[in-house]
Design a protein around this ligand. Structure first.
Ligand SMILES: [Zn+2]
Length: 202
């Protein structure tokens, strides 16, 4: 990608309709402190990021805190309180999704037109058999109170999750990609859930 194209892709700053100042989020003007409804905006847009997997976690955190403070009901009196509450809830949800690498990949995949978890539930057979085996092992160790086995299972689950997360990250940075890539990413995201559910019994 050329520097020019990259620059235009990152041009997510909007101008305030009231004071014409640059806004770091379309929901709140830092200059005149006006609030704007953010209905229909993506989580990325709301926090002023381009839709990309590769986001700086610290920048995300800072932006979330900055905009959250700006829209906080305490600063907007009674007239602005319902919009302010709505925006706060939207910001919390955006931060929850974007700060989690798995949820972020899933959200981005669906945003870019990839299959949702409801549309494609495929999971590789080896993930099914491994997680089933682990579940049985965990349950048995739970009954006998064998903490060494439980710790070992915990370690194995964490290791499998780390491998899957690396795969997800590799694929998600290439989004939108082609159908194969999106379907491979969907499968990895589905697989993560199988491993994550094991923590319910661990
Ligand atoms: Zn303004």
């Amino acid at each position: 990608m050329t520097a020019e194209a990259d620059k235009s892709k990152q041009a997510v700053t909007v101008k305030c309709a009231s004071c014409n100042g640059p806004m770091s989020s379309p929901a709140f003007c830092d200059h005149c402190r006006n609030l704007y409804p953010a209905d229909g905006l993506s989580h990325f847009e709301l926090l002023g990021f381009e839709p990309s997997y590769d986001i700086d976690n610290q920048a995300l955190r800072q932006k979330y805190l900055q905009v959250s403070r700006g829209v906080h009901p305490d600063h907007h009196g009674e007239s602005g309180s319902s919009l302010s509450l709505r925006l706060s809830a939207q910001l919390n949800e955006a931060n929850r999704i974007l700060s989690d690498p798995v949820l972020r990949a899933e959200y981005l995949l669906e945003l870019l037109g990839g299959p949702s978890a409801a549309q494609d539930r495929s999971v590789p057979p080896e993930v099914l058999s491994t997680t089933l085996m682990l579940r049985e092992e965990i349950q048995e160790a739970g009954v006998t109170g064998d903490n060494a086995v439980l710790n070992d299972c915990r370690t194995r689950v964490r290791e499998c999750l780390a491998v899957l997360l690396a795969t997800i990250s590799d694929l998600a940075v290439q989004l939108p990609g082609d159908d194969d890539l999106r379907s491979e990413l969907r499968t990895a995201l589905n697989s993560v859930k199988y491993y994550q559910r094991l923590f319910d019994v661990l």
